[in-house]
Design a binder for this molecule. Structure first.
Ligand code: BDP
Length: 721
């Protein structure tokens, strides 16, 4: 029992401080980082001097009205003051928002709007008629909305507002979510419930959530969304479904979010009544042209098509002896008159091709460099295999100077513990963005390829495979919201640091209390490396359970296609482990520029995190630590589990600093993560020990159960599959 204060005075003080403390309301995560809970009184008072009223011009349109409402909502929540809205300046403290077209005040100011582009904005502390004001100005209305969210973020994270001088514009033109959502509301690799698109009730019922989705995306600068799964269904292109898509597009439009659809290559056969989908057949071309016109009549700002073709059983141009360029160009030709683009995925590998799977996309696409129409982007995953916990950058990024390349990242954690593991993905994405391709000399980072600055692409794009679903908290867990946000922030500015993104997210989502912020940011920053350690350390990859990819299964060797088996990737036997991708092996290394390849050429000099990706080495290979490879493997798996245990302890100590509801769920998920990290470690080490025949090193616990036990586990209903 807590002790009672001894003197009446102390009792009174305790009572007063209890009453003064802001009530810690239960929160379910629906509000994301847009909670706008009251700021500490001192800061709120300071901000009120600078931001108490929102002024819009007489011609303001719908998007500026949304920006005004958002600012009002923010001021009301954060500063506890119902703000006056007005079209006139009255005293200090106005936030004047608009474009030169709709706001006479903004037109009269000398603002560097030429640097803001079509989507950017200027935020500045100014004086208008002698009164102190903040302007949020842009060339187009959407920039005003982005700027409003920026100003709110400054308040949410307790930044000063007195001498603002900000010019922002996005680094990448198309910043897109890719939903792998099916029309029956299942979500491929989705761990957050059903699809948020309630197709059956569309277009007549507009779930309020659609607007909240658009608002959340606008708050982080996401400007497009591919609504449907890459494993596409032609039904999405039928008139009834296009009407449903149009209804969503109408909701998203004022938030600057354009819709895109996946196009099933065989749609002309399946819904068009043709007997071929050959891209060089004039009837097929005409069918797609008509389809594009039909779509644009309903959705004038339709973004375009995303296509997975001749990959994992999907139909494509190669079914007719044509190339990927033939297929992409046919669709591009249909979209071009309307301003749409094609994002053609490079995620291809063939069942018949016996060559290293990591090499196949490069071999397929590099010969086509320059053969694509201007409105085609080739969309490339961050690494050459498939969204593994750690991969080197995809060699295509260094080899397609004449073809715009879009970067595809996976926000949903298919290979990283689903929704229950806390893994903050920005550090992993940053590894790819910062990787040097040497495509045009040193400093040719993937970020510069993707943002178009290296090769001057006509279009640029980045895509994140969405982790959003119908769960109340949107993403299946509170910390997975950070990955949605981090994707948007990096898409806007690939140079941002994972740390800065984590910190602002923590402050906006949970608390500005330093006792909370610092340890949680630390936890997030170390979480990806922890997952790599307990799942696939030292460059191992694709050890996941068959099909659903839940949990470890390095022993699987009996699937139809060789590259579906984990043993294909690790190649462990009595002698050693790892995939030789040097000259003596598959020579995938030759797909990188010589300067980039040099870093991975010899096992002794390859960064250890990529060792077994590029090399096959013996179990007694000496590591930098002085341990043998086998000992190092045991060490890293063990370290991964320990890191999760430490995260759990850290989190447990923060219970008084945030609401109980979210704290409890995160704590429960961390317990699951620790249990599963241990399972990963024990199952993988039991297997590698059986294969290597080596004794378990001293000082490390042997696996808790037998290898047969781990092999016997099965998960027929694992989600997302
Ligand atoms: C794999 C997923 C599969 C996707 C595929 C893709 O397991 O569900 O369809 O990627 O990106 O990682 O097309």
């Amino acid at each position: 029992m807590p002790s009672l204060p001894r003197s009446p005075f102390a009792f009174l003080l305790a009572l007063l401080s209890f009453l003064a403390a802001p009530p810690v309301a239960a929160e379910d995560g629906y509000d994301l980082w847009l909670r706008y809970k009251p700021l500490p009184a001192a800061e709120a008072r300071g901000y009120l001097k600078a931001a108490r009223r929102v002024v819009t011009g007489p011609q303001a349109g719908e998007t500026i009205a949304i920006a005004r409402e958002e600012l009002a909502r923010g001021i009301e929540g954060l500063l506890r003051r119902a703000p006056a809205g007005s079209t006139r300046l009255a005293g200090d403290g106005a936030i004047v928002i608009g474009t030169p077209k709709d706001s006479p005040e903004i037109a009269a100011l000398d603002l560097p709007l030429d640097r803001a582009g079509a989507e950017g904005y200027v935020i500045r502390s100014v004086r208008i008629d002698g009164r102190r004001a903040i302007v949020i100005a842009a060339n187009e209305e959407i920039g005003v909305l982005y700027g409003a969210f920026h100003l709110l973020r400054l308040m949410q994270t307790l930044q000063p507002l007195d001498a603002l001088d900000i010019v922002e514009r996005p680094g990448i033109e198309r910043r897109l979510l890719n939903h792998w959502d099916n029309l029956d509301r299942t979500v491929e690799r989705g761990y957050a419930g059903q699809s948020i698109w309630d197709w059956h009730k569309l277009p007549d019922y507009i779930d309020p959530r659609y607007r909240d989705y658009a608002r959340a995306n606008a708050s982080i600068g996401i400007n497009g969304t591919v609504l449907t799964n890459v494993n596409a269904d032609a039904v999405a292109l039928t008139p009834a479904y296009l009407e449903k898509t149009a209804a969503l597009a109408d909701v998203f439009r004022p938030y600057g979010v354009r819709v895109y659809l996946t196009a099933r290559f065989s749609a002309p056969i399946e819904i068009g009544g043709l007997d071929t989908a050959d891209p060089l057949d004039p009837r097929v071309r005409a069918w797609w042209r008509d389809k594009a016109s039909e779509i644009y009549a309903l959705i004038p700002d339709f973004g375009g098509f995303l296509v997975k073709a001749n990959s994992e059983g999907q139909p494509g141009p190669q079914d007719y002896g044509r190339t990927h360029a033939d297929g992409a160009n046919m669709l591009a030709e249909a979209l071009a008159p309307h301003g749409g683009v094609v994002m053609w995925r490079a995620f291809v590998y063939s069942a018949e091709n016996p060559d290293d799977r990591a090499k196949q996309a490069y071999d397929e696409f590099v010969p086509l460099d320059g053969a694509f129409r201007d409105n085609v982007l080739v969309q490339v995953k961050n690494g050459p295999i498939d969204f593994q916990p750690r991969e080197p950058f995809h060699p295509l990024f260094g080899a397609m100077s004449n073809t715009p390349l879009a970067l595809e990242l996976q926000i949903t954690k298919e290979y990283l513990g689903f929704a229950t593991h806390l893994v903050y993905l920005a550090p992993m994405w940053k590894e790819t963005l910062d990787a040097d391709t040497y495509a045009a000399g040193a400093g040719s980072t993937v970020a510069k390829v993707v943002d178009g600055s290296l090769h001057d692409y006509p279009h640029t794009a980045i895509a994140g495979v969405s982790n959003i679903g119908s769960d109340r908290n949107w993403t299946g867990s509170h910390f997975d919201q950070a990955n949605w946000r981090a994707f948007g922030r990096l898409a806007w500015n690939p140079l941002l640091s994972p740390e800065a993104i984590a910190e602002e997210w923590v402050r906006m989502t949970f608390s500005n209390d330093e006792r909370f912020v610092a340890p949680v940011v630390d936890m997030m920053l170390g979480s990806h490396e922890a997952a790599v350690d307990y799942m696939t350390p030292l460059g191992l990859h694709h050890l996941m359970g068959t099909g659903h990819h839940y949990g470890p299964a390095p022993w699987v060797d009996d699937l139809d296609r060789p590259e579906w088996n984990p043993v294909y990737y690790h190649r462990a036997d009595r002698e050693g482990v790892g995939f030789d991708r040097t000259e003596t092996g598959s020579n995938a290394l030759a797909q990188y520029a010589p300067e980039a390849a040099a870093a991975f050429a010899a096992p002794e000099t390859t960064p250890e995190e990529y060792l077994l990706w590029f090399h096959r080495v013996s179990w007694d290979f000496e590591m930098k630590s002085g341990r043998t490879l086998w000992e190092e493997l045991v060490h890293r798996y063990t370290r991964g589990v320990e890191k999760v245990a430490a995260m759990r302890r850290t989190w447990a100590g923060l219970d008084e600093l945030i609401d109980a509801e979210r704290h409890a769920q995160v704590a429960a998920f961390l317990a699951i993560q620790e249990k599963e990290a241990k399972w990963w470690r024990d199952a993988c080490l039991a297997y590698f020990q059986a294969v290597s025949g080596l004794p378990f090193p001293e000082g490390y616990d042997p696996p808790a159960r037998s290898l047969d036990y781990y092999k016997s586990l099965s998960f027929p209903y694992a989600p997302g599959h």
